[in-house]
Design a protein around this ligand. Structure first.
Ligand code: FAD
Length: 496
């Protein structure tokens, strides 16, 4: 039985899904200004000055052990990658420094016995506006989920379907016990309402906890408890639905406009595609930043765990997850995380493909109000590439960390609970593959929130990450771009 925490490198019996690995020996020849060399033995840079086209007076290298570039981006999650892409589009040399062994941050996939295991259940919504600008969807070969869900309630499964995509299913589901007919009509009017607003309006609108919004709209307790709680609770990792109504409206709008999908090669294909747009020698993996100091210089000095010291001419963009940012910024941080972060556990099983109870690419939700499973699906029904040809991948998600329960107990509880859903004869044959406990899945986004936070900490130091915008793939991407735009404004680059 395995136990993998977020950002941990892959463990025995598995490889990290990394179709285009970055070489351990990196020669950085950055566009326009400087070249770096990382020696294979020490991971050390050598700095070589060339004519600078962007700054007439590049800062002198005060210490020969310091390596310098125009911008240092710390953290190669979606936010850091988006920042790097924006810098690259301005021909500004940068160095993207990442603590772990691959890009992606929270968006990683492991290959285990031929199965693609995303590090926690994640869905890519095609309508994410910033993602549409940055990603090539065709190359990702996105595999669609059914637009709706199947809900376990009162010992049976009931379908909730999007009437615009599965008209007959939605008609048949009108009288099921997952809410009243009025509730189902309200879903339609809520959809029209969110579609009439721009994203900026939504993210800056007056806010209340999602649960208050749903009650204010007039949804009944039955649809809230049986559908909204497991569905949006699964997206926010918050079954109390205390998360801001701004995030609810944003996600609801994206769901109305787009499809829920998985990339054919696993969720990590998303950051891999972004990284492939960057000069491969601009990314430095396995390099943890331990401090960011100002000393007497205009821009911060970045110190790596290896002892290496890096300097930038224009500034540093800190693109790490919120708890790490708080640590690195120490007293500089205006943003202290006080609310509990959101956690999840994802348990994977394998079974024979011809032994699974359904063929649909549908998400199952626990609408019973009992047990520990929040949602589950047969991943190979959505993307057959998630498993070897004859085998099926089962993905089960729980909300919270369950850190007082051992892995063995957790798996036993999940098997027992799902036996009540699909029958013991089916579930008892499932083989446990791996358990992912993700302590920090998302920042807490309960009101009051500010989803358009200023990325500027002080001159030369900027932050990005999902905690500054909406805690989504899209929010992380937007925040990366915004951090660069703030830096360029500060440094008076005219194109911004
Ligand atoms: C299980 C799970 C499911 C999710 N599901 C969805 C979903 O379905 N849809 C959706 O839109 N969003 C989802 N999210 C949220 C989404 O993944 C995040 O909002 C987004 O990936 C955050 O990106 P980021 O770049 O801000 O942060 P991160 O991805 O956390 O990136 C931070 C990077 O900084 C690096 N780093 C940290 N410290 C240092 C250091 N000291 N030195 C150098 N590097 C450092 C980290 O290794 C990491 O690579 C999910 C998240 C999780 C965990």
């Amino acid at each position: 039985m395995s136990y993998v925490q977020q950002n941990q490198t892959s463990q025995g019996g598995s490889e990290t899904f990394n179709p285009k690995p970055y070489p351990m020996t990196i020669t950085l020849s950055l566009p326009c200004t400087h070249s770096f060399f990382v020696s294979p033995s020490t991971n050390r840079f050598r700095f070589r000055t060339q004519a600078s086209v962007l700054s007439p007076n590049p800062l002198p290298v005060q210490n020969p052990s310091l390596s310098k570039t125009r911008v240092i981006v710390i953290g190669a999650g979606l936010a850091g990658l988006a920042a790097a892409i924006r810098l690259n589009s301005e021909n500004i040399p940068f160095l993207l420094v990442e603590a772990s062994d691959a890009v992606g941050g929270r968006v990683r996939t492991d290959v285990v016995d031929g199965f693609l295991l995303d590090r926690g259940f994640q869905i890519f919504i095609t309508a994410y506006p910033e993602a549409q600008k940055l990603l090539d969807y065709q190359a990702l070969d996105l595999q669609k989920f059914y637009s709706g869900a199947r809900i376990f309630y009162n010992g049976e499964f009931h379908t909730v379907a999007d009437p615009l995509r599965h008209f007959w299913d939605s008609l048949l589901s009108l009288t099921n016990p997952i809410g009243s007919i009025f509730d189902k009509l309200l879903i339609g009017s809520t959809r029209i309402q969110v579609l009439s607003k721009s994203d900026e309006e939504i993210l800056g609108a007056e806010e209340v906890p999602t649960i208050n919004l749903l009650k204010r709209i007039g949804f009944s307790d039955s649809i809230i408890d049986r559908f909204f709680r497991p569905f949006f609770g699964g997206i926010f990792f918050d079954t109390e639905l205390e998360t801001t109504s701004r995030l609810f409206d944003f996600i609801f709008k994206c769901l109305a406009l787009g499809n829920n999908t998985l990339p054919l090669k696993g969720i990590q294909a998303i950051p891999e595609q972004l990284a492939a747009k960057l000069p491969s020698d601009s990314i430095l993996l396995n390099s943890k930043v331990v401090s960011i100091d100002f000393s007497d210089s205009e821009t911060p000095i970045v110190r790596l765990q290896s002892g290496e010291v890096l300097r930038s001419e224009l500034g540093v963009i800190l693109a790490v997850e919120e708890p790490e940012a708080v640590k690195l910024l120490a007293r500089r941080s205006r943003r202290v995380q006080k609310k509990p972060v959101r956690s999840t556990v994802c348990v994977y099983f394998s079974t024979e493909r011809d032994q699974i109870p359904v063929r649909d690419p549908v998400l199952f939700l626990n609408g019973s109000g009992k047990g520990i499973v929040n949602n589950m699906f047969f991943a190979t029904n959505v993307a057959p590439s998630y498993g070897p040809p004859d085998e099926a991948l089962v993905s089960v998600s729980l909300i919270g960390l369950f850190d007082d329960v051992s892995d063995e107990e957790l798996v036993a509880k999940v098997v027992e609970e799902l036996s009540g859903w699909f029958g013991n004869s089916i579930v008892s044959s499932w083989k446990h593959l791996r358990t992912y406990r993700v302590g920090f899945a998302q920042p807490n986004q309960c009101p009051p929130t500010d989803l358009v936070k200023d990325p500027r900490i002080e001159p030369g130091l900027f932050v990005c990450g999902d905690y500054l915008t909406s805690a989504t793939f899209d929010g992380a991407l937007v925040s990366g771009r915004r951090a660069v735009e703030a830096l360029l404004r500060d440094r008076s680059f005219s194109r911004v």
